[in-house]
Design a binder for this molecule. Structure first.
Ligand SMILES: [Zn+2]
Length: 236
């Protein structure tokens, strides 16, 4: 694990937690710097241009390969939730979270099972929706989350189904709750700390309330590390 005092001097508290949650490879390999935009891992301006185009089209119009229409993504990006929660949900929908399933695929870990229930592979869909511990937590929020349990067969379709069933307030709650469920999972695995579901829900509601108040006042909420919340997107 990277030394905490060094990280504390450079990053915010939340960034430190995320960095420390990155598992060290079990194969003891040397670190290598690679660029994900090319097959050989070497950076090129052309590949950066294509990557930017791809990210923008995913963010603004939805993934054409997902089969989900652009309407979903328009609803998604206009959700009045903290951008950190929306970005997290977008990463989950595109299956790019560092779950145990994805880390095993990259040969960083060897055990893909969910450390909480030990029953299924720890995918984003499992952690954020299917795991019994997650359903316990979600059942304390909107009753529609619990009633939507059989939505699927993947996380993207769960989100699409929730948008059809839930109102804006409930979707804001879900997006913020999903991110906190992910952070809670990391706290359990890497910090040995189990936060009670009721506390997770209380913290989520408090954060949404503070965000809403700040928006109404036209203020910017600032992370401990000095990075402001994006209150609304403006064209560059
Ligand atoms: Zn589980």
């Amino acid at each position: 694990m990277v030394e905490t005092p060094l990280l504390d001097t450079i990053f915010s508290k939340e960034e430190v937690r995320l960095i420390q949650a990155i598992p060290i490879s079990c194969t003891n390999q040397e670190d290598t710097l690679i660029w994900r935009g090319t097959k050989n891992g070497v950076f090129s301006v052309k590949s950066a241009y294509h990557m930017q185009k791809e990210v923008l089209s995913l963010a603004l119009a939805g993934s054409s390969s997902s089969g989900v229409g652009g309407t979903l993504w328009k609803q998604f990006w206009s959700l009045p939730a903290p951008s950190v929660a929306r970005n997290f949900l977008w990463r989950a929908c595109n299956d790019i979270l560092p779950t145990r399933e994805n880390l095993c695929r990259r040969k960083i870990l060897t055990d893909p099972l969910c450390p909480l229930c030990g029953l299924k592979v720890e995918s984003g869909f499992h952690i954020l929706w299917q795991c019994p511990s997650t359903m316990d937590l979600l059942s304390m929020g909107s009753k529609k989350f619990q009633k939507s349990y059989f939505l699927g067969p993947n996380f993207m379709q769960v989100i699409e189904g929730l948008f059809n069933k839930c109102d804006t307030e409930e979707m804001v709650q879900f997006s913020s709750l999903a991110r906190r469920i992910w952070l809670r999972q990391n706290d359990i695995v890497y910090g040995g700390v189990l936060t009670h579901p009721r506390i997770v829900l209380q913290r989520t509601i408090k954060a949404i309330h503070e965000y809403t108040l700040a928006q109404q006042r036209g203020e910017q909420l600032v992370y401990p590390g000095g990075v402001p919340f994006e209150l609304c997107w403006k064209a560059p």
